[in-house]
Design a protein around this ligand. Structure first.
Ligand code: FES
Length: 145
């Protein structure tokens, strides 16, 4: 009888060790991602020739909208009669940037700031936002081309 309870205890200990190893490994993998993202930050997508369009009214005046374009997320900012198209992925650690009515683009993660040409004006981003060709044609915003 005692021999049997000893075996059960050993099996239970083995199971707990496997669980600890599994969750420890999972934690290590999850911890590695931000470190690797910091060492090799997102480079943005290359521009191509594909076009994408959406109705002009989909982007509010003095406002913005983020759309998927190719393999990137693009922030479209409508200011008067012009539209600006920049990658919405911050080149620091990859957070989504936001348009600020104060006159700049802000990354909420570490307060990185960009002008409307995508240039870094403050914070840790190591390079500008990728810029995309954009135009307004027949009440549509045409991205790329
Ligand atoms: S991720 Fe944008 S400033 Fe850090």
């Amino acid at each position: 009888m005692e021999d049997n309870s000893e075996r059960v205890r050993i099996r239970r200990r083995g199971f707990i060790n496997i669980l600890i190893g599994f969750f420890g490994g999972l934690f290590a993998l999850c911890s590695l991602y931000p470190v690797l993202s910091y060492l090799w930050p997102y480079k943005g997508a290359s521009s191509g020739t594909g076009e994408f369009s959406l109705p002009l009214d989909d982007v509010p005046q003095n406002g913005y909208k983020v759309v998927n374009y190719k393999e990137d997320k693009v922030i479209l900012i409508r200011l008067g009669n012009r539209v600006i198209a920049l990658s919405a992925i911050c080149p620091h650690l990859g957070c989504l940037v936001k348009y600020r009515e104060e006159g700049f683009i802000q990354c909420p993660c570490h307060d990185g700031r960009f002008d409307f040409s995508g240039n870094v004006i403050a914070g840790p981003p190591p390079r500008p936002l990728v810029s995309y060709p954009v135009r307004i044609a027949q009440d549509k915003i045409v991205l790329g081309g």
